[in-house]
Ligand binder design. Structure first.
Ligand SMILES: Nc1nc2c(ncn2[C@@H]2O[C@H](COP(=O)(O)OP(=O)(O)OP(=O)(O)O)[C@@H](O)[C@H]2O)c(=O)[nH]1
Ligand SMILES: [Mg+2]
Length: 610
């Protein structure tokens, strides 16, 4: 075995928001890959529109810096649990990882998940305690908790011997001992060179594992991955080995390597490096590209199973076809199946109905991001309430369960435990800090988490943080009754007016303002009681000749509650849908007319009696 001392490959892993992408900023800035006058801003790697808007990383991405003549290939990964498929997909390119831990929050559920994955792959970890500039940081305690986590997860004794670096990613500084004054990020680079093993290489014919795909209009598909054996140059003959065992001959187009935000064309790249190659027209993630001399496939990348599913259907609302460019079954189906090329933890299935597809993902946010992306590409469709994915093992019905951690104020414990009890959660840990802050941990079926986030924010008045992490499958815990109130449902098609909406506000909260077009069966608000009620929001006040008191001249409406896409998905019940178009997010009953809904209720009653 040989090593390449001129390269290091690292993945940056952590819980959401612990500062991974900011730390990449610091490394890029210090290594001066930008022109002096170039404005690069913050969270440089989060280039997707949704990433920028939400301030989170959604897709794993590659970059590289050169430090003291060594190229450090860096893989930034998302920290949100719903995108953990991304982490699993890309860490096999690395030999080491930076495990970031926030100096106040300490290890969180996703810290544990990603560390377990990294240790399973035998990555050499460097612990980075980040945000040491923050006022209430508790570095010693956080380090202790991190050590405990390693004790729990390590698969070999040498994994317990990890180096620690202390950083402020925002200030761009790193130190080797807490309390020291940092100057720049150098101590982190030094630690990487010293502790992350250089890539092992095998000589022989070319072999690379495809871990990521990209697309550029003039280059076509770009396959990204690590070269495990041999070298590759433009125009080389190679074969691509796909999942179904087929082998196809191609000629490599360009060979590109990473530097900063750019991909550079190179004349040749060798084992140990992470490269992007063009010319492989039909390539998927997990494929092996190799020399035809020794076409040996590397083990395919395995990622965890999805836990939540939703039905995506062609838009069947009376407003269908008005607001989007793509609206047919064929277009919807093609778009969903195309997503599978890069979104490894997603699954798509046809159903008995040709207009409906079952889409499975790692969580509500995973699916919500797909919905939002499609809507921005001018698709319209309807989606059902998310459901946890159950499976039958040895004749037994099993369901996914998760850990839920909550950090909030003492005063909300009562309300939260009551809400969570109804959702089949069990309290497993509770810690007070003596300053009215509390940390709660629950064991909860995934189905109990659906629709919980909105309720949580209301119950804690925004003074709480919740996190979840997938645990595994357990025997079915039983049904959960819906706790949501009924909906205010439009009884007629037309344009909503203040008078009609004012009547609706007498019943509960409304979701729309005057002049909003509505259709029969569209949900325009939340009733203050448990049943749905049909209401005519287009109804004008009867005109009379007599001018009554001043009160009805100007109707004062309470501002409506606007649900975001994620809130809308969280909100709906089984008999409801979210209609998604590039311009609007509408809530609706599956059955649009009141007559249909009444018939449905009475037939359900009959079947219960029978
Ligand atoms: N005070 C302080 N804030 C930091 C530091 N590092 C990151 N932050 C802030 O923490 C927030 C999250 O930072 P990100 O870099 O987006 O975190 P991330 O780990 O990439 O998040 P995800 O990719 O969504 O998992 C941002 O508001 C950063 O400005 C730090 O060292 N000190
Ligand atoms: Mg990030």
């Amino acid at each position: 075995m040989n090593y390449r001392s001129d390269i290091r490959n690292i993945a940056i892993i952590a819980h959401v928001d612990h500062g991974k992408t900011t730390l990449v900023d610091a490394m890029l800035k210090q290594s001066r890959v930008f022109r002096d006058n170039q404005k690069v801003g913050e969270l440089i790697m989060d280039q997707g529109d949704l990433e920028r808007e939400k301030g989170i990383t959604i897709m794993a991405k590659n970059t590289a810096v050169v430090y003291r003549g060594v190229k450090i290939n860096i893989i930034d990964t998302p920290g949100h649990a719903d995108f953990s498929g991304e982490v699993e997909r890309v860490i096999s390119m690395a030999d080491g990882c930076l495990l970031l831990v926030d100096s106040i929050e300490g290890p969180m559920p996703q810290t544990k998940f990603v560390l377990r994955k990294a240790l399973e792959k035998s990555l050499r970890p460097i612990v980075v305690i980040n945000k040491i500039d923050r006022q209430n940081s508790r570095i010693a305690e956080v380090l202790k908790l991190t050590e405990d986590l390693f004790l729990e997860l390590a698969t070999s004794a040498d994994q317990l011997d990890f180096p620690v670096v202390y950083t402020s990613a925002t200030e761009g500084t790193a130190v080797s001992e807490p309390g020291m004054k940092g100057k720049d990020i150098t101590p982190l680079f030094e630690r990487i060179l010293e502790k992350v093993p250089p890539p092992q290489i095998e000589s022989g014919p070319f072999q690379m594992l495809v871990s990521n795909l990209d697309y550029e209009s003039h280059k076509g598909k770009i396959a990204i991955g690590r070269i495990w054996r041999g070298k590759v140059a433009p125009h080389d003959q190679v074969v691509n080995m796909s999942a179904d065992g087929s082998i196809t001959l191609y000629a490599i187009g360009e060979v590109l390597t990473y530097l900063g935000l750019k991909r550079l064309e190179v004349a040749e790249a060798e084992a140990g490096d992470i490269v992007a190659v063009t010319g492989i027209e039909k390539v998927s993630i997990g494929d092996t590209i190799a020399s035809p001399e020794r076409p040996e496939a590397l083990p395919r990348i395995e990622v965890g199973e999805p836990t939540v599913e939703m039905a995506f259907g062609v838009n069947t609302s009376p407003f269908a076809g008005r607001e989007a460019y793509f609206s047919t079954t064929r277009q919807l189906r093609a778009r969903l199946y195309k997503e599978l090329e890069t979104n490894l933890s997603l699954r798509v299935q046809d159903t008995d109905s040709p207009d409906t597809f079952l889409v499975k993902g790692r969580g509500e946010l995973h699916l919500a991001i797909l919905i939002e992306t499609m809507r921005r590409e001018s698709y319209e469709f309807e989606v059902s309430r998310p459901e946890a994915i159950t499976k039958v093992v040895d004749g037994k019905l099993m369901e996914p369960v998760e850990t839920l951690t909550i950090d909030t104020r003492d005063e909300y414990i009562g309300a939260l435990t009551e809400m969570l009890g109804k959702r089949q959660a069990q309290l497993t840990d509770m810690r007070n800090d003596g300053h009215d802050n509390v940390h709660l941990e629950f064991h909860i079926p995934t189905k109990g988490l659906i629709g919980f986030r909105g309720a949580f924010l209301t119950a804690t008045r925004g003074e709480g943080i919740m996190n979840t992490a997938f645990l595994g499958y357990e025997a079915w815990h039983g049904d959960i009754a819906s706790t949501r109130n009924g909906a205010l449902v439009a009884s007629e098609q037309g344009i909503a007016v203040a008078y009609g909406l004012n009547n609706a506000q007498g019943r509960g909260l409304t979701f729309i303002e005057p002049s909003t077009p509505v259709y029969e069966g569209m949900m325009v608000g939340l009733n203050s009681r448990s049943q749905d009620i049909a209401i005519n929001v287009c109804k004008e006040k009867k005109k009379t000749n007599v001018r009554s008191s001043t009160s009805d001249i100007a109707i004062k409406l309470t501002p409506p509650v606007h649900l975001s896409l994620e809130q809308a998905i969280d909100f709906i019940n089984k008999d409801e849908l979210v209609e998604v178009t590039p311009e609007n997010i509408r809530l609706r009953k599956k059955l649009l007319t009141q007559a249909q809904r009444l018939r449905d209720i009475s037939s359900a009653r009959r079947s219960i009696k029978a």
